[in-house]
Design a protein around this ligand. Sequence first.
Ligand code: ADP
Ligand code: MG
Ligand code: MG
Length: 349
Amino acid sequence: KCKTQLDKFLDDLEVSSSTGSGAGAPMLAHRTIARQIQLGTCIGKGRFGEVFIGEWKGEKVAVKIFISRDEKSWSRETEVYQTNMLRHSNLLRWIASDNKDTGTLTQLWLVTEYLPLGSLYDYLEKNTLSTTIGVQMLRSIAHGLSYLHAEVPGVNNQCIKPAIAHRDLKTKNILIKNDMTCAIADLGLAVRYMNGEIDIPENSRGGTVRYLAPEFLDETMVTNRFNSYVNLDIYALALVFWEVARRMEYSLVAWGALPYEPPYFEFVPRDPTIEEMRQCVCVEGHRPTIPDDWKNSGAMIEITRIVQECWANNPNSRHTALNIRCSLDNLKASSKILSQSLNSQESVS
Ligand code: ADP
Ligand code: MG
Ligand code: MG
């Protein structure tokens, strides 16, 4: 694929900043980009910001605008995106952050690559998926998350990339790229772990109520251990996988896919409270229903296994993202072999 003007610009920036042009310098250059962007239509709304399409020298970008009251979330998300080595094809690509004085108030901008297919949530509501595309999506999410979670060590025990826990993983915070793989977005609540220390942001709250793990809901979570946050992500990942799996046409008939529903739709109302979720997940011990058909259908057997092992009550018995990634890589490889042998049977007959 050919690189756009923006890609080239950012690659050059990265090279110049990693060769030590001094702290703050890359940020200034990034701000220059932000100042050259024209805003277009609104494409999304979240808890903190409104997201607009923007245009930089003819290329489309996404601009999330925070109001000044939410400066903490803007600076946190900016800080996390500026983490060394955060670029990965399954993490949304950050381009720039800037503040703009409109005269009466300060707007805080966070500029990222624009993904026209939007969020996984919006996509699943309207579309079903083939098994191949579905597995590909799950795999790409696992790739993004395992990279986020990984600490990359450097020389002299100085780590190059901190381990990062997302803390608000859900289908609304995962975007779809044009090749139908996914990119994890919305790093506003993320926590980092480097050289034995966690940096939990001041305004620290939990993520989205529906996706909160049992240990968070019943307050048994060990809050000063980084791995606790990783385990929360894995639980939320299981719920995301369940949402995607329901939309997969795993059998040869189109009605293999079920209507889109959010996790726990059978048990809790639209905007559940923490207490309602605690009752459902901890007291009654519910988990989203696994359809009987999944238990005897190729890829769905493996996906069901991953999902059930990742939403386990005991946070320490859940898999690591790396482990899930490997299982899905194997699943993809084996389904390739399967479809190849099906094709060769066809050509024989
Ligand atoms: P918040 O922190 O307020 O939740 P998000 O970063 O999650 O904001 O963005 C809100 C919504 O805007 C997303 O759920 C998605 O639908 C849309 N969106 C965000 N960033 C992009 C992007 N880069 N490309 C396309 N849509 C986006
Ligand atoms: Mg969001
Ligand atoms: Mg957010």
